[in-house]
Design a protein around this ligand. Structure first.
Ligand SMILES: C[S@@+](CC[C@H](N)C(=O)[O-])C[C@H]1O[C@@H](n2cnc3c(N)ncnc32)[C@H](O)[C@@H]1O
Length: 325
């Protein structure tokens, strides 16, 4: 794990989308998902209300909010991003927040009775870091401890959707749409100011380049892969809004248009980073078994990792992992 990993997640949690939704996986159908809620309600029902609960890589606390709703009061959220903890504490002020990597936390042994994680601990890094995290979770657990997690699955529906999104993002990046749009605005404003043949010609050239870039995206948006995909919706918004802004440019300062395009570029890169990290976090079956072995070696009774479905007629989205002392 690197300092930039930490920075990436801080940037993510400072982003508008995460702050306003309070969810880390916006756009992949997990907001207020009834099956996720049912999973956590069932897990917390089986624990005494006095249990000390910790959420590993809690983000804004999607799992903790169920514990809070069920009447648990000793709640701790651990996340590498200080901004995630800030968002969490706004939602549940009584939560104890801990900014730390889940691979190694500042808590002493036997600190928690319930250790949960939703699309969380598997973000710790590669195999070495994820197994170190599993050892850390086992260390922190009390003799009556329970571990329950929902983790990304290699070959699952979220990974598949993320790969499609990555491909869609690449189409937008490869089209050079944003830099062509920036050139088009600059040239058009210059041409509006001066009617010299040079500025008119430069504006015309930039319009042609922009048309080509837009054509590439529009063609891609019509493909089967783009249908219903979250990033494709973003790309559609980018193209139509750029057009609208260009038509209304007489009412807008150039600086504002360029700033908007720069923000869209930032959103695109953040989206790409988020999709990449989801794909990298996805656990193979073999990896889930290695994680379970860590718990078994620490004296836990483990269950076979099971696929978790949003819709049983479609691909599973995740693994459920459980262990208890
Ligand atoms: C996909 S989000 C999930 C957050 C939350 N569990 C949820 O379901 O909304 C992954 C979280 O892992 C955190 N994270 C990434 N690497 C971490 C690490 N090494 N230690 C602690 N947290 C980490 C990120 O800051 C982010 O909040």
């Amino acid at each position: 794990m690197t300092a930039s990993h930490e920075q990436d997640w801080d940037n993510y949690w400072q982003g508008r989308a995460a702050q306003s939704s309070g969810e880390a996986l916006i756009g992949v159908g997990i907001e207020d998902n009834a099956r996720l809620s049912a999973f956590w309600i069932q897990i917390f029902q089986a624990m005494p209300k006095t249990a000390r609960i910790a959420d590993f890589a809690c983000g804004a606390g999607s799992a903790l909010k169920h514990a809070h709703g069920a009447g648990f009061s000793d709640l701790t959220g651990i996340d590498i991003a200080a901004d995630a903890i800030n968002v969490l504490k706004k939602a549940i002020p009584s939560v104890k927040g801990c900014v730390s990597s889940v691979t190694s936390t500042p808590f002493i042994d036997d600190t928690f009775d319930g250790l949960v994680s939703q699309f969380g601990f598997e973000y710790a890094g590669g195999e070495k870091d994820v197994l170190a995290t599993a050892r850390e979770m086992a260390r922190l657990m009390s003799p009556s401890g329970v571990f329950a997690a929902i983790a990304h699955m290699k070959g699952g529906a979220i990974e598949k959707e993320s790969l499609v999104s990555l491909n869609n993002i690449q189409q937008v990046i490869d089209s050079n749409f944003i830099s062509c749009a920036q050139d088009m605005f600059r040239a058009a404003y210059a041409a509006d100011e001066s009617l010299s043949p040079q500025t008119q010609e430069a504006s015309l050239k930039s319009l042609i380049a922009m048309g080509q870039a837009e054509g590439k995206i529009v063609l891609w948006l019509r493909s089967a892969e783009a249908k219903g995909n979250e990033f494709a919706r973003f790309a559609h918004y980018l193209v139509t809004s750029t057009r609208e802004m260009f038509e209304r440019r007489k009412m807008l300062p150039l600086k504002e248009c360029l700033q908007w395009l720069e923000d869209m570029e930032g959103e695109t890169m953040a989206y790409q980073g988020r999709m990449k990290s989801m794909v990298e976090a996805a656990l193979s079956k073999e990896m889930t078994q290695k994680i379970m072995t860590v718990f078994a070696d620490s004296g836990f009774e483990t269950s076979e990792p099971e696929p978790f479905y949003f819709d049983p007629s479609e691909l599973p989205v995740a693994w459920t992992l459980r262990a208890k002392r």
